[in-house]
Design a protein around this ligand. Structure first.
Ligand SMILES: [Zn+2]
Length: 167
């Protein structure tokens, strides 16, 4: 849905609790990639707005893409840092394999939580495509209540993150 930033709330909370290990960038990118679908069909004026990327299959695929992009960006940046740089010191000490796992876990959390949260709001979604059609969760909570809950999650996540930046 176009209010993508609301999806970042749970990401901020996980980031607040595990700042070193959690790749908020991969989490955010997965959410943005999935909602590009809504922007595209909105721009063209062609409902339904929630199609293939707003399914668990599509969401997981976008999660892997987001995880890969952020992993490659991190590797690229780290390879170009001068040896005496203290920036990203913790990340530089992390083996590549673990970096990939961290990016993938964060991307999957972003993508899967996106589909789950959007399922509660959008009647035009078929989250279990191509295995099943329909969306049993639609309307289970009001859109207003869901947004308030996500905003609160993000607010406390940022507070915890600011208070305990190193975990
Ligand atoms: Zn969405």
């Amino acid at each position: 849905m176009p209010f993508t930033p609301f999806h970042f709330g749970p990401g901020f909370l996980v980031k607040g609790c595990a700042p070193r290990q959690f790749w908020l960038t991969s989490f955010v990118l997965a959410n943005v990639l999935i909602d590009l679908e809504v922007l595209y069909y909105m721009h063209r004026g062609e409902p339904p707005l929630h199609r293939y990327l707003h399914t668990y299959v599509g969401g997981v695929a976008m999660s892997v893409v987001a995880a890969l992009v952020m992993f490659l960006v991190a590797r690229f940046v780290l390879a170009r840092l001068p040896d005496d740089s203290t920036w990203l010191r913790g990340l530089r000490a992390t083996p590549a394999r673990r970096m990939w796992t961290q990016s993938l876990v964060a991307g999957l959390l972003g993508g899967v939580s996106h589909i789950l949260l959007d399922s509660c709001m959008h009647y035009d979604m078929h989250p279990f495509w191509p295995f099943a059609s329909g969306n049993a969760l639609a309307g289970i909570v009001s859109v207003g209540a869901l947004h308030v809950a996500l905003a609160i999650t993000g607010f406390f996540g940022i507070i915890i993150w600011l208070l305990f930046p190193e975990g």
